[in-house]
Design a protein around this ligand. Structure first.
Ligand SMILES: NC(=[NH2+])NCCC[C@H](N)C(=O)O
Length: 607
């Protein structure tokens, strides 16, 4: 076989058939892309089909038995020929060269198997040098995306929907960043509306400064619950102006009118809550660039929106309220109220104004909303309204929705706050860990590890299925070390770390010069092929917006690593062989690490 450097330059010389990628900013090679080029060029010679048509038709495979890349011949749209016959003919003629191990026809598909020996020489050093950067590439040039996610409501519980939005949004933000986008992480708080008048009145009655400072989120919720009880007890017994409800309404009116005094207390509620949120999100490795919220939508945008509605002839009035009949554009969207009869704004209109503000301020190329599917109609409505208002950028808005979580509650009650869930998971995880006394004794900061592993349990459970599916929150299964769980991934990572720790003599700097041709076993070859796929997994995930694309890959990877342990020993081998195997394990650890970080997890060293 020719030298690797030669082969790479040979591959690089092939012009890119269709750059699905705006030049990789990294000088290193993206192996899957190079292979795509090679295959496109060669297949073009054989088939006469233009290589620019072949390149995008090359798909990655779901199982390694089907090769590393495959092409469905029907996608090339060749008239009058039987795709199955073409597959057989072309596969036979295809020159494997040094790059491919074999090329097979399978029905209307041609399956391409990369040469693992060649792959190893390229992929392992690439991973070991790029480290945390492996997998990233500049898919776009100068593009900005706003990702709005989590968006809880102040003084109300942080429910499962917010948790899912947080987890999925955090992942998407990392993913876009890895693929070259400038990302703005935005939290759009529910921090406006009549309930804040109620909260202010409630605070006068039941508030406690100390409690507010110490635990704003729970305290405000407490106040909110108590004041709502008052309202319930009052019923219709008191005239409106003197009733709690009336006072709350009046208070909120003052807030909407910009009364400084009325806004003061609300501002404090907001600030204290945000401070607390910042800490909680940090536990999930999330840091927002912007804490915006319904309260932050500018008056100008709201006025401009109402004007534009009229100018475009979108609205009509009904008993003092202003409506838009969206059925004209899409039957399913119904009629939407955009202004109440008392002139106050609505959730829907605030979303319209917020989007206008954001475009004004950021000139985003794309804006993603991570919101529960219960609000599909709401999102579709304001997307359509923005489109009808004539904003060209309305086409760049995208909804990433998700299903419900069933049965998420703490031991103590059914009302859930994110902090409580994380605390409880940590406690439970700690109990599980204590059962293995020997191991437990070796862990330096068991509480910290319990926290990180517990969080992985919650997150992986959430990201395992397709977003749109509902799932049931199951403590037992989620915390188990067996099966495809968060703790299992953490365990796999810590075990790879221990392989490294035990190879004291062979330090990391030696790995890169290992003789990779010693990695001959089928288990090793399969692992190498999997490692080479990682960059493509990210590119696929940015198309699907599905965390499960990455999660599924990581489980495949860890299962393969685990099969390798049975046959690829490090202890008791010659130094050469041990080095090659360590390099392979080291590369696998790095990829697992990168994938876990991408999902928002913190991989642990020991557990
Ligand atoms: N732009 C939006 N509407 N984002 C979603 C906000 C979610 C809202 N705060 C809720 O809890 O239901």
């Amino acid at each position: 076989m020719a030298s690797t450097a030669n082969m790479i330059s040979q591959l690089k010389k092939l012009s890119i058939a269709e750059p699905a990628v705006a030049k990789d900013s990294h000088p290193d090679v993206n192996i899957v892309d190079l292979m795509r080029n090679y295959i496109s060029q060669e297949l073009s010679k054989i088939s006469g089909v233009d290589s620019s048509l072949i390149f995008p038709a090359l798909e990655w495979t779901n199982t390694m038995e089907r090769g590393d890349l495959l092409i469905p011949i029907p996608r090339l749209r060749i008239k009058g020929a039987n795709p199955k016959d073409l597959a057989v003919q072309w596969a036979e003629k295809f020159p494997c060269g040094d790059f491919l191990e074999k090329v097979e026809a399978n029905g209307p598909f041609i399956q391409f198997f990369f040469n693992p020996q060649f792959l190893a020489k390229l992929v392992i050093p690439d991973i070991l040098t790029r480290k945390e950067d492996y997998g990233s590439c500049k898919l776009v040039e100068n593009k900005k995306v706003i990702i709005e996610f989590s968006s809880p409501n102040i003084a109300k519980p942080f429910h499962a929907g917010h948790l899912r939005s947080t987890i999925i949004g955090g992942f998407l933000a990392n993913l876009y960043e890895k693929l070259g986008w400038e990302v703005i992480r935005m939290n759009y708080l529910g921090d406006w509306g009549k309930q804040f008048g109620l909260l202010a009145v409630g605070f006068e009655r039941y508030g406690n400064e100390e409690a507010l400072v110490k635990d704003p989120i729970h305290h405000l919720f407490d106040v909110y619950v108590r004041i709502n009880k008052d309202i319930e007890e009052e019923g219709d017994s008191i005239p409106l102006e003197q009733s709690t409800n009336g006072k709350a309404r009046e208070y909120f009116k003052r807030m909407e009118d910009g009364d400084e005094e009325a806004l003061k207390i609300w501002k404090r509620f907001r600030e204290f809550s945000i401070e607390k949120y910042i800490d909680t999100y940090a536990r999930l490795n999330i840091k927002y660039d912007v804490y915006s919220g319904e309260s932050q939508v500018s008056k100008e945008s709201m006025l401009k929106a109402i004007d534009l509605f009229k100018e475009k002839g979108l609205t009509h009035e009904d008993r003092g309220a202003v409506l838009i009949d969206l059925t004209k554009f899409n039957k399913k969207l119904g009629k939407a109220i955009v202004q109440k009869s008392d002139g106050t704004t609505l959730y829907l209109t605030r979303d319209v104004g917020a989007a206008m503000d954001r475009y004004e301020k950021y000139h985003f190329d794309k804006m993603i909303y991570v919101i529960a599917s219960q609000q599909d109609l709401h999102a579709a409505q304001f997307f359509e309204i923005l489109k009808q208002m004539g904003f060209e950028w309305a086409k760049d808005l995208q909804l990433v929705n998700f299903g419900m979580v069933q049965g998420m509650s703490t031991r103590k009650g059914t009302v859930v706050f994110l902090d409580n869930i994380l605390e409880e998971t940590k406690e439970k995880m700690h109990e599980v860990m204590k059962k293995n006394e020997n191991k437990y004794a070796q862990i330096e900061h068991p509480e910290e590890v319990a926290d990180l592993v517990g969080i992985s349990a919650v997150m992986i459970q959430d990201m395992q299925g397709k977003r749109i599916n509902n799932y049931e929150f199951k403590w037992e299964r989620m915390l188990s070390f067996e099966g495809d769980t968060g703790p299992y991934l953490q365990y796999a990572h810590s075990r790879l770390r221990s392989v490294e720790r035990n190879a004291s003599g062979i330090t990391q700097d030696k790995w890169i010069n290992a003789d990779f041709s010693l990695l001959k076993e089928p288990a090793a070859k399969l692992l190498i092929r999997l490692l080479g796929q990682y960059p493509d997994v990210l590119r696929n995930a940015i198309k699907t917006h599905e965390p499960t694309t990455v999660v599924t890959y990581l489980f495949k990877l860890t299962h393969q690593v685990s099969s390798c342990y049975d046959v690829l020993w490090v202890a008791g081998q010659t130094e050469e062989l041990a080095t090659a195997r360590l390099a392979l394990y080291g590369a696998a650890r790095q990829v697992l690490y990168n994938g876990m970080r991408l999902l928002g997890l913190t991989p642990v060293e020991r557990m």
